[in-house]
Ligand binder design. Structure first.
Ligand SMILES: [Zn+2]
Length: 67
């Protein structure tokens, strides 16, 4: 279980369950690209780990992401 940084919009911290421990270590301490270290996470979960920003907080301020 990994605690994410506080969301810059709402200030709440999220906890991600089921994060691969080795992949997390490789990303957080060895500087591996997060999408390579933790490929099982989706983009929203990776954003949570990196910045703590919730997808729904971001969408509330800036609108849905456009591809
Ligand atoms: Zn938030």
């Amino acid at each position: 279980m990994v605690t994410c940084p506080p969301c810059r919009f709402c200030g709440n911290q999220s906890v991600l369950d089921g994060v691969d421990a080795l992949g997390y270590l490789e990303w957080s301490t060895l500087g591996k690209e997060i999408q390579n270290a933790l490929p099982q996470l989706d983009a929203d979960q990776r954003e949570l780990l990196i910045s703590g920003t919730h997808a729904h907080c971001w969408a509330a301020l800036f609108g849905p992401e456009e591809e």
